[in-house]
Design a protein around this ligand. Structure first.
Ligand code: CU
Length: 314
């Protein structure tokens, strides 16, 4: 909670936990000051090694789980979250929400609402289109509904996390591009994760958002892919999203998890464009600390650098 306020991402009084999740990109000033060294990208290690890179304070490890007030029945008290996204270009040419790729991870509960103000500092129209939750057509984030922010302008989106919408979702721009389809913004970094929880869901110690697109994680190839860091025994949540025109097969070494909605224990899954999912692991459970690899298991993609490391520290 304090972290979220400290980051200055959200409007005053907003309780939603937002993280600049799993980003290898430069950070805004407030973020960097809260997380010294947070502007560092991946440690320049060349490959698997017995020597742990130093702690970087990577934004990949930054999230504050939404430990929210409950009533006497144990239900989370619904809240309207007022969130501000600033669409802007970063020094490396990425298009971003709030300066990071992915944009902030938004974490809410069923029953909550979101009032998201998008401020456009780009020289093209930009929008936020969300998956999974309820919204009226004027919050669709598309060109034909005129629900976008023009250059120098702003737009207000309203989402309702109705009962039945709990899950791992995502949001992205839907208007930048040569046509009405609007895929160019996604390609350049305008995407992020949305988590809708139910009361009583196990809360992670940290959450990482990984977006697979082309042969990238979060628009980076190794060695610039996010370095994900956790301590042994921490509950770590991954939100995995696919964009682009290819399927990807996500895998983490040494860890396994329960596939949502099934009794299957898995360590790999395949995902198509537009899909999102999430899962939780206990860092190093049964296997101990180490520099555990995460990667796409499609060989062409892996060979092109679609991998990174999940650093579990003792
Ligand atoms: Cu792949």
């Amino acid at each position: 909670m304090d972290k979220a306020k400290g980051w200055g991402i959200l409007a005053i009084g907003c309780l939603v936990a937002v993280a600049l999740a799993a980003s290898g990109k430069a950070l805004g000033a407030t973020m960097a000051s809260k997380h010294p060294g947070g502007e560092a990208t991946v440690a320049p290690h060349e490959g698997p090694s017995d020597v742990m890179p130093p702690v970087t304070g990577s934004p990949a490890s930054a999230i504050t789980p939404a430990r929210r007030a409950t009533n006497s029945a144990g239900q989370v008290i619904p809240k309207v979250h007022q969130i501000t996204f600033v669409a802007k270009r970063t020094a490396d040419g990425s298009l971003t929400y709030n300066g990071t790729v992915p944009g902030p991870t938004i974490e809410i509960y069923e029953g909550d609402e979101v009032e998201l103000t998008l401020i456009n500092q780009l020289d093209v129209d930009v929008s936020v289109h969300v998956h999974g939750v309820h919204y009226k057509i004027d919050s669709d984030g598309t060109r034909h509904t005129h629900s976008f922010a023009p250059p120098g302008g702003k737009y207000l989106y309203r989402w309702i996390a109705a009962v039945g919408t709990a899950g791992y979702w995502h949001y992205h721009d839907h208007v930048i591009g040569p046509g009405i389809d609007g895929v160019r913004g996604i390609e350049q970094g305008l995407y992020g994760a949305l988590i809708v929880r139910k009361a009583g869901d196990p809360l992670p110690d940290k959450t990482f958002a990984l977006v697979m697109q082309h042969v990238w994680f979060n628009n980076q190839r190794y060695p610039h892919t996010p370095l994900l860091e956790a301590k042994l025994g921490e509950r770590v949540e991954f939100v995995v999203i696919t964009h682009g025109s290819r399927f990807h097969t996500f895998h983490i070494h040494g860890h396994r998890w329960l596939e949502r909605g099934t009794n299957r224990i898995i360590d790999t899954f395949t995902q198509d464009p537009g899909e999102s999912t999430g899962f939780q692991v206990i860092a190093g459970e049964g296997v101990g600390p180490g520099q555990w690899m995460y990667h796409c298991h499609v060989h062409d993609h892996l060979e092109d650098g679609m991998f990174g490391f999940f650093m579990v520290r003792p």
